[in-house]
Design a protein around this ligand. Structure first.
Ligand code: ZN
Length: 400
């Protein structure tokens, strides 16, 4: 299937160093971007579906690298069904599991830990809620695991590991487990800050520096933050990625953004939600953090969008997160909300208003075109101007 989008006002690339793409159109073919920016008339004519963006802004689909999924589209923590599809209506097109810790009766013996991770990984390989991609099956680092277990799990395809909820006596007990998982090729995420719901001890700068994971999960606290002075140490003395979360401490999130820029470490800054948790199920969690970090710092909104897209794709090795030919075609059309004082999406974000999401595409397929069920109404609404497919992508349902 070939899908074209025309009349885009601004194309935000997902790359904070080079945040815009010149042009006003995008073509996606069989799930990948084929042309981004300037598109010839012939190429648009060949499309099966053409969407008139009507002057809205295009950006990559958001990657939430901290989601507490369990099985299916259900969160045990908030007893809510359909939360992932709801997150899609906030702009999240990719979720990365923060490990399946909320599954009732979660085992911590060697075989049980592996079985839970394998089952979650394999289920989400077959399940795309609303078209979203969920990377499930993040193995929980427990002291019962042996180095050969990581090799075995990698053979099954698993690639995510999480430290912070294991039955350890001190956070330093995670050091050999993190090293063994990284050695086997896992991307290792480590809970940071005060203990949240588990019996795990607080994890602060000295622990992170001893463990050397790929990502400091909720570096701004989950929800309680580590000491302020540890942020600078982690940024200067390691290459650990810095994930700031909506569910964490907002003051230290701002501190972390400012320190990342000052120390030339913005490539390592990620925006995520850490939900559903006690903080709630938050479909607009990603865009709330993007907006808050753009409006409370001196840096532009397109950098914060990059922290939630291209930066996350690079840190996790995903083939999405950028509006670039060859990448998986996960794309959003967004606009300034109606009733606000700002006329474009980026200006609205800088002003502190959340965006209006008006279309979502995953793997090159329109998932909805019109108004998202979770965001405020937009100034402009895109339209399907040509379709050879018997589908209105939700337009009729939303505007009747
Ligand atoms: Zn979490």
């Amino acid at each position: 299937m070939k899908i074209g989008i025309i009349n885009i006002e601004t194309i935000v690339s997902g790359d904070w160093r080079d945040p815009y793409v010149d042009g006003d159109a995008i073509v996606m073919t069989d799930g990948k971007f084929t042309t981004v920016g300037r598109v010839g008339k012939d190429e648009i004519e060949q499309c099966d579906v053409v969407v008139d963006a009507n002057g809205t802004t295009a950006c990559p689909g958001l990657i939430d690298s901290h989601v507490h999924n369990s099985f299916g589209d259900y969160t045990p923590k908030q007893q809510a069904v359909g939360f992932l599809q709801s997150y899609l209506h906030g702009g999240t097109t990719t979720c990365i599991s923060a490990s399946e810790i909320h599954v009732a009766g979660r085992p911590n013996d060697r075989e049980g830990v592996k079985a839970l991770a394998i089952a979650a990984y394999k289920c989400f390989e077959n399940f795309r809620p609303g078209g979203m991609r969920v990377h499930g099956g993040s193995v929980i680092l427990e002291p019962t695991l042996k180095p050969e277990d990581f090799t075995e799990l990698r053979k099954e395809g698993l690639w995510l590991a999480k430290a912070g909820f294991g039955s350890v006596k001190t956070p330093f007990d995670y050091v050999p487990l993190v090293h063994a998982a990284r050695e086997a090729g896992f991307v290792v995420n480590v809970h940071t800050g005060g203990a949240s719901i588990s019996l795990a001890n607080s994890i602060i700068g000295e622990h992170l520096l001893a463990m050397r994971p790929n990502v400091s999960y909720h570096v701004n606290g989950g929800p309680i933050a580590m000491p302020d002075e540890d942020f600078e140490r982690v940024i200067k003395e390691s290459d650990i990625a810095l994930q700031i979360c909506q569910a964490g401490n907002i003051r230290t999130a701002v501190l972390c953004v400012n320190l990342a820029v000052a120390n030339n470490a913005f490539d390592r800054l990620l925006i995520a939600t850490d939900t559903p948790t006690g903080t709630g199920m938050m479909p607009l969690g990603m865009i709330k953090s993007i907006t808050e970090m753009a409006t409370l710092t001196d840096y532009p909104p397109e950098w914060m969008i990059a922290a939630a897209t291209g930066n996350a794709a690079r840190v996790y090795g995903l083939d999405t997160g950028f509006l670039r030919p060859g990448k998986i075609a996960d794309l959003l059309l967004v606009d300034a909300p109606m009733g606000g004082t700002q006329k474009t999406c980026l200006k609205a974000i800088k002003h502190g208003d959340v965006w209006s999401l008006v279309a979502s595409f995953t793997e090159g397929v329109p998932r909805f075109i019109g108004r998202s069920r979770n965001t405020p109404p937009p100034i402009r609404i895109p339209k399907v101007v040509k379709s050879k497919i018997v589908q209105d992508f939700g337009m009729a349902q939303q505007f009747n």
